[in-house]
Design a protein around this ligand. Structure first.
Ligand SMILES: Cc1cc2nc3c(=O)[nH]c(=O)nc-3n(C[C@H](O)[C@H](O)[C@H](O)COP(=O)(O)OP(=O)(O)OC[C@H]3O[C@@H](n4cnc5c(N)ncnc54)[C@H](O)[C@@H]3O)c2cc1C
Length: 444
């Protein structure tokens, strides 16, 4: 890296979104520099992927590398209330409309992110870790100058993939938080969590409470990621230290207690804020925003990686189109900025609607209703599989119908109302003690 060199594109962040963009551009022959302030391997949350994510990995040429790492198969989603009052509802990706992938996988991000960063290097990108972007000096189409820990960097374009740091958006005061999707997540990795046999085998388990929801994600043959996503109101008022709250919530939730009866894991949990936001506009002079640097969405349907990888593909192709091919066919900066902004807005709007639906009590009534329409259910599963960038007409119509049904349900209760399971009213049962030797095994 030298002050005289002018890169075609500077990418901030070597997470999955930044690395994916770098792989695309480097393979197209562009001169790419990736800066990441962290040191790899590093821990990240976000371990459950969608069938659409799998297709994005395949397209990038890294799917075989993913599957060579420790992972667990994922064929669907199991949803239950915390006290199992309505049993479990299952949604299998085999029911997805169209010929997309019918299953996918989960894995610890420490493995995935390291592999993605190395793949960017192998593709020809220059990757510097432990090197933060400190300040933006110039940000114009075709002319970007920034200060980094390694000195001044010049490039023609910049892709901001800095995750929740939202480097550019913060500087420009562009980040807007969602009005009610404001949660906090408490999570850890455990050994010996009981994995269901029968229908729930190989499913992502989602357990619903009035105060939030839990995830149970098998990561490999033995390890399971457990998380409790709580409403901000609980986070603010609960008289329990944040690093003890996962254990606090598990002790009060029968489904979790049962599956974790023999679980071994750290005593204290990790904590991360889980506030949904978007950084509109998603492109501007000299730059494109992708991944969490563009928008972060409550992770209930595991959409984060899908949005990050698809956004990376869009932004990278925008940069590639401006540089390669005969001069007469090259697109202009204004065209590409508009294209990226519109695409990101459309996809983000769809994903936001999908997540907002989960928090609608009417949707939960329909979820646990014994009378479900197969066609509507399959359309919903198609979205759950992450097929949100090109929704077939029939799926779109059915999803509208599902939204209409929710609106009717909230006014007229055509299906029985589902009484929420309340953690705060549930008596705690002491869990067996844990050993701390697996604590933060990934935190290297
Ligand atoms: C509780 C929770 C659960 C989740 N569960 C899921 C899930 O199951 N499935 C899913 O798909 N998604 C999930 N997500 C979302 C997922 O974690 C993110 O969408 C994903 O990590 C975004 O990837 P990224 O590449 O955009 O950002 P990151 O992976 O965050 O990478 C950003 C990189 O930028 C670097 N960086 C930041 N600032 C600078 C700077 N100034 N200079 C240089 N480098 C910088 C950082 O060091 C980092 O390496 C979850 C999120 C949360 C909070």
């Amino acid at each position: 890296m030298s002050a005289e060199r002018i890169y075609d594109c500077l990418v901030i962040g070597a997470g999955p979104a930044g690395s994916a963009a770098a792989i695309e551009m480097a393979r197209a022959g562009l001169d790419v520099l990736v800066l990441d302030r962290g040191e790899f391997p590093r821990f990240r949350i976000g371990e459950s992927f969608l069938p659409r994510t799998k297709r994005a990995f395949r397209r990038l040429g890294v799917l075989d590398k993913c599957l060579a790492l420790p992972h667990a198969r994922k064929i669907g989603v199991e949803i239950s209330l915390g006290d199992w009052r309505h049993g479990s509802q299952y949604f299998f990706f085999r029911d997805v409309f169209g010929d997309g992938d019918k299953e996918t996988f989960n894995m610890a991000r420490i493995h995935l992110d390291q592999m993605m960063m190395e793949s960017a290097r192998e593709a020809g990108a220059e990757v510097q870790t432990s090197c933060a972007l400190r300040a933006v000096t110039r940000m114009e189409d075709g002319d970007v100058v920034v200060d980094s820990d390694a000195g001044t960097v010049r490039a023609r374009w910049m892709i901001d993939a800095s995750g929740q740091a939202t480097t550019l958006a913060r500087e420009r005061d562009q980040r807007r938080f969602h009005s009610f999707l404001r949660n906090v997540a408490y999570f850890e990795h455990f050994e010996h969590v009981i994995r269901p046999s029968g229908k729930g085998q190989n499913c992502f388990a989602l357990v619903i409470a009035d105060e939030g929801w839990f995830w149970m994600i098998p990561l490999d043959d033995t390890r399971t990621s457990i998380g409790f996503v709580a409403r901000e109101s609980l986070h603010r008022t609960l008289d329990v230290p944040p690093e003890d709250r996962l254990r606090w919530a598990i002790a009060r939730t029968p489904v979790l207690r049962e599956r974790m009866a023999n679980a071994i894991g750290p005593d204290k949990n990790r904590v991360i804020s889980d506030f949904t936001y978007r950084c509109d506009p998603f492109a501007g002079p000299g730059h494109f925003l992708i991944g969490d640097a563009a928008a972060f969405l409550d992770p209930v349907w595991s959409t984060g990686l899908t949005l990050g990888l698809l956004g990376a593909e869009q932004a990278a192709n925008s940069v590639i189109r401006m540089f390669t091919g005969p001069l007469s066919q090259r697109t202009t900066a204004a065209t590409e900025r508009t294209r990226h902004h519109r695409w990101t807005k459309r996809i983000t709007d769809r994903a936001f609607r999908l997540v907002e639906g989960f928090y609608d009590p009417a949707f939960r009534d329909l979820l646990f209703s014994p009378k479900r329409t197969k066609g509507l259910e399959r359309a919903f599963i198609t979205l759950l599989a992450g097929e949100i960038d090109s929704i077939p007409f029939g799926v779109g119509v059915r999803c509208q119908a599902l939204r209409g049904l929710c609106a009717i349900q909230s006014r007229h209760a055509v299906a029985a109302r589902v009484r929420p399971f309340k953690i705060m009213l549930s008596s705690p049962v002491t869990m067996p003690s844990v050993t701390a030797d697996v604590a933060h095994a990934d935190a290297t």
